[in-house]
Design a binder for this molecule. Structure first.
Ligand code: KG4
Ligand code: ZN
Length: 343
């Protein structure tokens, strides 16, 4: 008998409720994916304001839950288990989701599973491309995270093999967009501006690619500083900033480093599948360069559609389904949020 799993996400600025059906053969089917975003309330600050995010989650939680059940044509009493993001993320924001999920689980008398947001970003791929091969490699690139993860079991065994030592890739996009006078979040406008620019126009640095740097770690703060210096220099000379060329050259540097390290990690570990997820996975140059380099290296590339890559509840429901299918023990009702939850 198939089971209905509900996912609750509130780690950053998206309130997400997802509903999936876990079939007896272990496949997971997406039924609803409702997201309420507070991104517009943060735009004028150039980044997420934690207090604003928490309040927005409180306001959006119940209406978003209602919408998800309407979309799926289900009643809350149809739910067999609830998964919620327990971390990592913003403490206050996480607490809203964890509290709501506990209340739902207690009221419905169903098991509650506290799960990891980063694992959710990987698990979401199974909604589009089916079961993950084991092992596979995941490149997780968002506003808060930039990590290379080896996935032996999505419900249990995930190992970090590299991460950013400073800014996340999406954070670098957001900061560079600000320097160029483009709106927040910076990824989409830079991606768009870059289409009219020359990616070779400016040779921006490729962080952490020296012989003595950790092989699979990333650094983007030097790149951001290099863009700032370049823009300041042009301004000091009274030149107009060639926004398209700066955007394209910056984007090329980010895509180059991310794909080179991911492909190298997969090749050296003998892993045949790379999943790229998180908000930055929507970047057009990252996906085209990854496709080219994976093809050259004989690696299967899986990139979920953009809607699944950004934060949502379906990713948490999908992960919950895999955790339920694996027979993992549920969390107790004193589950608490852990802003620094390791993968
Ligand atoms: O996964 P996500 O929605 O939220 C976090 O968990 O952070 O990722 C948001 C990040 C933002 O930094 C945004 O600028 C970036 O993803 N982003 C992009 C693109 N679309 C969104 N970065 C580069 N190119 C894009 N097309
Ligand atoms: Zn995320």
């Amino acid at each position: 008998m198939s089971r209905i799993i509900m996912g609750v996400e509130s780690s950053c600025d998206e309130t997400g409720i997802g509903l999936v059906r876990l079939h007896d053969d272990g496949t997971v089917e997406l039924l609803a994916d409702e997201v309420a975003s507070s991104v517009e309330q943060h735009a004028r600050f150039g980044g997420v304001v934690p207090e604003v995010a928490s309040r927005a989650h409180l306001e959006a939680m119940v209406p978003t839950t209602r919408r998800a059940f309407t979309t799926a044509g289900l009643e809350m009493s149809d739910v067999d288990a609830i998964a919620v993001t327990a971390g990592p993320g913003l403490a206050g924001a996480l607490l809203v989701g964890v509290s709501a999920a506990k209340a739902y689980a207690a009221a419905l008398g169903v098991p509650l599973y506290g799960v990891n947001h980063l694992a959710g970003h990987i698990a979401v791929d199974t909604l589009q491309h089916g079961p993950l091969p084991s092992p596979c490699l995941a490149l997780l690139v968002s506003g808060g995270h930039t990590q290379l993860l080896r996935v032996d079991d999505i419900a249990g065994k995930i190992t970090e093999i590299g991460s950013t030592v400073d800014d996340a890739a999406g954070e670098a996009y957001d900061k560079v967009a600000r320097l160029l006078g483009l709106p927040y979040p910076g990824g989409p406008p830079i991606d768009k501006a870059a289409k009219a620019g020359d990616p070779q126009a400016i040779a921006f640095p490729r962080g952490m690619t020296g012989p003595r740097d950790a092989k699979f770690d990333f650094s983007f703060s030097g790149l951001k500083t290099a863009v700032a210096r370049w823009v300041e220099g042009a301004q000091a000379r009274g030149e107009e900033i060639p926004v398209a060329d700066v955007a394209a050259s910056f984007q090329e540097a980010v895509a180059d480093v991310l794909t080179a390290k991911a492909v190298r990690a997969a090749t050296e570990s003998g892993i045949g599948t790379l999943v790229i997820s998180g908000g930055v996975a929507a970047n057009s140059r990252l996906s085209s360069l990854a496709a080219q380099r994976c093809a050259e290296a004989g690696i299967e590339l899986r990139v979920p559609r953009p809607r699944l890559c950004t934060d949502n509840g379906a990713m948490i429901a999908a992960l919950g389904a895999h955790v339920v299918a694996a027979g993992c023990a549920p969390s107790s009702l004193d589950l608490s949020a852990n802003p620094a939850l390791p993968v």
